[in-house]
Design a protein around this ligand. Structure first.
Ligand code: PEP
Ligand code: MN
Length: 260
């Protein structure tokens, strides 16, 4: 497969010179919250709305997401802005809910990167998949997980480097981008929010992602990060997201990428 794969998410292309930004809160929290953030990130240049409805949390006592209601709120936000939505699927049983909601892109989270039955199940769907790298997974393992999806007939896979676990606490593996592009034809996006864990680092890492040749970004933006139900420390305010987009737009132009 000599050419780069271009994945189309609700009319927005990722890969082959097209760059897409996905942004929104870690978790969908209310109709007002998700709709407001959707409008703000869209105005700044993001084309895909992210937001977790089913959340994989380290502690069972932490907020687990609004679940099915969260999917409904994402659809309402999509009605307002027209933006496609990307949200995480944690198990096979929820697939009918995701299909009914017409989720535009299914996220497989870092913790499920090697949930092979889940990978095979999304491989049977006609929906693009955002496959996040496991916390301690090698690039070879990430590529093999993508193979699980594609071998079932779904070619629309986007790989996501979201930070790895090592002796340092904030670690974005920037070299994953050129290496994955050498190993595969799939688009590669960077999630600097989960890699950094702290908001102040996100804009610099986003610039690095563009410079190293990534095909897109996933960035957590929250209306009020201090009160977020998950991942507040790494979430940008809408104003901070505006500033980030203003720094990467000329950079994308410099590197000949089309923001869409
Ligand atoms: C998320 O996107 O909010 C998330 C839980 O990501 P990851 O699977 O990369 O930790
Ligand atoms: Mn998160």
């Amino acid at each position: 497969h000599p050419d780069d794969t271009v994945v189309d998410v609700g009319g927005h292309k990722i890969g082959g010179g097209y760059f897409a930004v996905m942004s929104g809160p870690c978790s969908v929290e209310s109709k007002e919250q998700i709709t407001y953030v959707a409008q703000r990130v869209q105005a700044a240049g993001a084309s895909i709305l992210r937001g977790g409805a089913f959340k994989p949390r380290t502690s069972p006592y932490s907020f687990q997401g609004l679940r099915a209601e969260g999917l409904e709120l994402l659809q309402e936000a999509r009605k307002v802005t027209g933006q496609p939505i990307v949200t995480e699927l944690m198990n096979n049983e929820h697939i009918p809910l995701f299909v009914d909601a017409k989720v535009d892109m299914i996220q497989i989270g870092a913790r499920n990167m090697q949930n092979f039955e889940l990978l095979k199940a999304v491989g049977k769907l006609n929906v693009p998949v955002l496959l996040k790298r496991g916390l301690s997974s090698t690039l070879e393992e990430l590529v093999m997980s993508a193979e699980y999806i594609m071998a079932e007939g779904n070619p629309n896979v986007v790989l996501c480097e979201r930070g790895i676990r090592t002796f340092e606490t904030s670690m974005l593996d920037i070299s994953a981008v050129p290496m994955l592009k050498k190993m595969t034809h799939l688009p590669v996006v960077i999630d600097p929010s989960h890699a950094a864990g702290i908001a102040f680092m996100v804009p610099a890492l986003a610039q690095a992602a563009v410079a190293v040749g990534a095909d897109g970004l996933m960035i957590e933006t929250h209306n009020d990060p201090a009160k977020a139900k998950s991942d507040g420390a790494q979430s940008l305010t809408p104003d901070q997201f505006d500033a980030l987009m203003n720094t990467i737009k000329p950079e994308l132009e410099f590197f000949g990428k089309t923001l869409n």
